[in-house]
Design a protein around this ligand. Structure first.
Ligand SMILES: Cc1ncc(COP(=O)(O)O)c(C=O)c1O
Length: 375
């Protein structure tokens, strides 16, 4: 299989603090009763942090299973030797049911059609199923008790299938107003009454739900812990009511590769949109939109020597230019996300500037940037 080329010979890199990840999991664990398991959500290359090292750290800290979005991510975990339960949250193709069963990978089922005419071995491993209930997210899931009941009956009647879990997902768990959350909660409880037996896992909590909604911490027995594990708040709305201090794990650094002094009326980058007003020191930084630093970063700042330096002109595919407060030598460290001196820039700060969410900021960091684990 061919992977994207990673730039080990360019001074641009990500540092992931696995101790921060472990600390976030341990703090989460303290909130939860003993019987509630934490499944680490490591989809999308662990939100850009690197799936295998994060999964390893999460396991060491006490996570007992994993959630991924697609079957390939689950297969990658299995091929690295992880034997814990793995739940694929997204849809899998019917023709892959046999593969999932053979690797003991749990799948999400949200429609009874998936259960018709499944090609599975009769004497092999059972296919572990988590039924997904759409209580208001409007994405995947059974919407009525009748549909859910038909699916559970079908599973009971087919000895190749095993009902391992049932779950839902909230649309507004990260907001202070709980009206919509409460209506989803009630619908989930209503849907659960159609079950004859409770499966091993009943779960509804993403990070925001598990951090902020006391009833969700106690009521069910598994949480799908994603953004909080990476030390990032699920939304800006609830930063002030988080139950413990999240420790961000990811930092992104580069180094200046050229320094120059602009004269008044000199221009920078494509479109020559930036014009120097006076004599200005600027530095070229080897990172660009192909690395996930999208063009909208223009006008935002990075940190050099603890000081904010504006990203001037257009961000290019592989490079961007920053304005420096004074001359700095080539090789000076640039902090794009993380700490520099007493200053810091979080993925949430970046997201705020880009008018998006911190999830997107870290997920966008491409495979071209090496992930390192110095702690
Ligand atoms: C179904 C489901 N559960 C849990 C999560 C984890 O969410 P978070 O990262 O907010 O904890 C996600 C992530 O998008 C999800 O889609």
């Amino acid at each position: 299989m061919f992977h994207m080329v990673t730039g080990w010979h360019r001074p641009t890199w990500i540092e992931v603090d696995l101790n921060a990840i472990k600390a976030n999991i341990k703090n989460e664990q303290k909130l939860l009763p003993k019987n509630v398991e934490i499944f680490a959500v490591v989809k999308a290359n662990a939100y850009g942090h690197g799936m295998i090292p994060v999964a390893d750290a999460a396991k060491q800290a006490g996570a007992t299973g994993f959630c991924v979005a697609i079957l390939d991510e689950a297969l990658a975990l299995r091929s690295e030797g992880f034997t814990e339960p793995i739940l694929v949250l997204g849809a899998i193709l019917k023709q892959d049911a046999k593969l999932a069963a053979s690797k003991n990978i749990s799948v999400t089922v949200f429609h009874k059609d998936f259960l018709e005419d499944l090609d599975l071995h009769t004497d092999g491993a059972k296919l572990n199923i988590h039924l997904k209930v759409d209580t208001g997210m409007g994405r995947l899931g059974f919407r009525t008790k009748e549909e859910l009941h038909l699916a559970t009956k079908k599973i009971e009647q087919d000895e190749r299938l095993h009902l391992e879990g049932i779950y839902t997902h909230f649309a507004t768990a990260d907001e202070k107003n709980t009206t919509y959350f409460d209506s989803q909660w009630d619908k989930f409880e209503h849907m659960l009454t159609s079950l004859n037996e409770r499966p091993r896992y009943i779960h509804c909590a993403n990070s925001a739900t598990s951090l902020l909604h006391a009833k969700a911490q106690k009521e069910f027995n598994m949480v799908r812990f994603g953004i909080g594990m990476y030390g990032l708040p699920p939304s800006e709305d609830i930063v002030d009511i988080l139950p413990f201090k999240l420790q961000p794990a990811l930092s992104l650094f580069s180094k200046i590769v050229q320094v120059k002094e602009l004269q008044p009326k000199d221009h920078v980058s494509y479109g020559a949109t930036y014009e120097a007003k006076e004599n200005e020191w600027v530095g070229t930084v080897p990172i660009g939109y192909a690395d996930g630093i999208i063009r909208h970063y223009s006008g935002f700042h990075v940190l050099v020597d603890g000081k904010p330096c504006e990203i001037i002109g257009r961000v290019c595919m592989d490079q961007l230019v920053i304005r420096l407060p004074k001359h700095y030598p080539v090789g000076t460290k640039v902090t794009i996300i993380g700490k520099s001196g007493d200053a810091s820039i979080s993925a949430t700060d970046v997201a705020h500037y880009l008018d998006t969410i911190n999830y997107e900021v870290t997920c966008l960091l491409s495979e071209r940037i090496p992930r390192t684990y110095p702690f």
